[in-house]
Design a protein around this ligand. Sequence first.
Ligand SMILES: Cc1cc2nc3c(=O)[nH]c(=O)nc-3n(C[C@H](O)[C@H](O)[C@H](O)COP(=O)(O)OP(=O)(O)OC[C@H]3O[C@@H](n4cnc5c(N)ncnc54)[C@H](O)[C@@H]3O)c2cc1C
Length: 408
Amino acid sequence: MVTSKVTVQEKEGIMEVPTWWTCPEGFQELQKLAHLLGENELLPRAIISDQEGQYPRESLKEIAKAGYGAVTIPMEAGGLENGFTAFSVLSESFAQYCPSSTMCWVMHTTTVHTLYEAGTEEQRKRYIPGILKGDVGALAFSEPATGGHFWNVVSEAPRKESVYLLNADKSFVTSGGEADFYIVATSSPDTKDQDNLMYLLVEKDQEGIESFPFSAMGLRGNASGPMKFKNVKVPLENRIGGEGGAGYYNDNTVDPLFLLGTAACWIGIAQGALNAAIDGAKKKVHADTGSSVAGYQVIRHELAKSQILIDSARSMLYRTAQAMDECAEKGLELSECLYPLWQLKTHAADMVITVTNAALQVSGGRGYLTGQVEKFLRDGRAGALMGPTNEVLREWIGRTLIEVPWMD
Ligand SMILES: Cc1cc2nc3c(=O)[nH]c(=O)nc-3n(C[C@H](O)[C@H](O)[C@H](O)COP(=O)(O)OP(=O)(O)OC[C@H]3O[C@@H](n4cnc5c(N)ncnc54)[C@H](O)[C@@H]3O)c2cc1C
């Protein structure tokens, strides 16, 4: 929104984009710090992480060192003020430098928020101090048997005296084999709750955990490979939330955080790709015509169309993030924001495909060579197929529009 402090300036005829358009009021300083961190710490390791499929551990350590290990939990517990907006600003900014570290950090932040919300005071005391120092958390939800329907699991963890005996096959786990702890979604055969979904916290050194390599088109540093949990003995005190009933946290914690953080990541990737394309288009000059690539009107129109698409998703992002902060402040449930979040994620994940493709086209053959632009295209392509996938989300939106229950 326009405040009296904000003016649209013109310098020698050049329109200056108002900062309130690209960053929510009050977050400019955080955005600046995030870009500095991105440029100095994330970018230098991003290419090697992509080329060698190397997990970005050092980058994640630097993010935690900067004070962003648990940004969405209350400030007195180590979070930031208006944590959901801060989360969005940071994710969008980091993704312009290293989408792999950003995605690991988004999944980590979602895990930490779930631990905080669903966990007991004792569990918070046990894990949050380590998290603030750089311990990484991960979410092991999706299973090969149910694919993108990660809210339905076939795995089970029956209670056996003082432990749950966890047997679960997981198809994709970001930070798999690298995280310090996992929140594993499984089911309880012992619960009387109609919803038998249960979360268990599994520490990295527990016996019976196996992780497998991740070889993929993009986000190659993510370590998002499959995991197996075979007869893992999880102490009863490591159950996060009830024995059953975890569906509530899927709707009020996991989905809202994941949808917001990943949407911000796709927006950052799109902006990063467009910035690289603009830079290249200004620098490349054709000797025969004397014109830079940016000098061709058709190219400028492509740039404009892409920026409009990015800013449409960005506007949705910050409006939704602010609504989530308001919910937190008023003690309302985050599921109040699910419908806008579905639209936001679908739009951001569709948009990043269109924009990175246009960025590559504008960059010509140079864009096709191994480098920033083609990497952004590969990284951004994951958005539409990460759960809830865009097909599933459009179905939920459509059902809502015709006023029938969104979930069967
Ligand atoms: C890079 C990456 C990181 C990931 N990280 C994690 C993680 O940390 N934790 C985690 O738990 N999971 C993670 N996932 C898994 C992700 O969230 C999805 O569950 C997974 O990508 C879905 O893939 P699938 O092959 O199982 O899809 P499938 O379910 O087999 O889907 C195949 C196609 O069918 C469509 N489809 C599926 N169901 C429906 C339906 N009901 N209606 C209409 N169309 C439908 C899909 O949209 C898709 O187009 C990750 C995935 C990727 C790619």
